[in-house]
Ligand binder design. Structure first.
Ligand code: SF4
Length: 361
């Protein structure tokens, strides 16, 4: 064990955190059952991987209303699951959840395995989620480290190890393994997450209300803002997407994304992706989609950021195309306007669709 880690008063820290938790625990819908439900814990966790708690709660309620248990999720169609997920992003997580729900029903009678190794074999359940389910639902002493907990541990130990490096992750995991309460690991993990999220804030942590202020090494030397240390991120990869709104008075054209890429199996407008920036020409569209002729109008462009990508999205309308008689590509689906809401759309497409439906384009 690292020398500095050895010097922390683990028992006192542990007791202080649990005492604080008793009085300050956040009331959250997935924490309502006295015996924690692994299905709810799992769903809430996957939702919270991509959104803040206040934004995630309505999604959690809607998801639970539609899929109240693992059996209902397993028997749903993928399109329906993606539709419920619409707006949250990271659609591969919804697809993985759906796949895992089917595996749990087929191989485990709808139960979650209590063994961490078996949980890790399920698609979409990584180290973090497996530890959360094991500790919160099955009382097993695996620490859970989210961004808030990394920040808290980094300040508590005043460590120069970058929290986003392999070396830093190993260090903070070891620290958390030493800190975790063996008899109440679920409460301990939730307490750390709550303390990180509500007191040890990224900016202006509320140190005077923190139960750890007498142990915190960053607080001691008034350098809370120096932690956590992070290595600079890699620059985002640029992608240039040109979308075409093709419609007549009753319907609009959508295309299903089937490639192994972002937004797999969701629906979008006809697309041409280019390797470089710059607007598209009419001739390129005619050639790409094998169309006869068309009228093109540029509408607007926007930037959409994903974890590793910066999407430069351009929207155009195409007119003078007779959808009934002109030969259109086989994957273009004419969807009546009143049915568009049944289709799962990536966020930028959904936003533009709203403008189309309200006749702004
Ligand atoms: Fe965070 Fe301040 Fe508490 Fe240290 S004392 S853990 S910096 S809130």
């Amino acid at each position: 064990m690292n020398d500095m880690i050895k010097t922390l008063p683990y028992e006192e820290i542990r007791l202080s955190i649990l005492k604080w938790y008793q009085r300050n625990k956040r009331i959250l819908p997935w924490r309502e059952d006295s015996r924690k439900n692994p299905y709810k814990t799992w769903v809430s966790e996957i939702i919270l991987q991509q959104t803040r708690i206040d934004q995630g709660i309505p999604y959690f309620h809607a998801f639970m209303n539609r899929f109240p248990d693992i059996f209902k999720l397993a028997e749903a169609s993928e399109d329906e699951v993606l539709k419920m997920w619409q707006g949250l992003g990271y659609y591969s997580r919804a697809r993985n959840m759906h796949h895992t729900a089917k595996v749990l029903v087929e191989k485990f009678n709808g139960n979650f395995p209590q063994n961490r190794r078996e949980l890790l074999e399920l698609k979409g359940i990584g180290e973090y989620t497996a530890s959360l389910i094991c500790s919160v639902c099955f009382n097993k002493p695996y620490p859970v480290l989210d961004g808030n907990v990394y920040r808290l541990l980094s300040r508590l130990s005043a460590s120069q190890k970058p929290v986003n490096s392999a070396q830093g992750k190993k260090y903070f995991l070891e620290l958390a393994e030493n800190l975790i309460d063996q008899s109440r690991p679920g409460d301990f993990n939730e307490a750390m997450m709550d303390l990180g999220a509500t007191v040890c804030l990224p900016q202006n942590p509320i140190c005077k209300s923190c139960p750890l202020n007498s142990f915190c090494l960053a607080f001691k030397v008034k350098s809370q803002d120096k932690f956590p240390v992070k290595t600079p991120k890699k620059p985002l990869k640029n992608r240039y997407l040109h979308y075409f709104i093709v419609k007549d008075k009753d319907s609009i054209v959508l295309v299903k994304r089937s490639e192994n890429d972002i937004w797999k199996n969701m629906f979008q407008f006809p697309l041409i992706e280019k390797p470089v920036t710059g607007k598209i020409k009419c001739s390129e569209i005619i050639q790409n989609f094998h169309l006869k002729s068309l009228k093109l109008k540029f509408l607007y462009s926007k930037i959409h950021i994903l974890t590793h990508r910066k999407l430069h999205i351009y929207f155009y309308s195409i007119s003078d195309l007779d959808l009934k008689n002109d030969k259109i590509p086989a994957d273009w689906q004419k969807i009546p306007f009143e049915e568009v809401s049944k289709y799962a759309l990536p966020k930028p497409i959904e936003e533009t669709m709203k403008l189309v439906v309200s006749c702004e384009f």
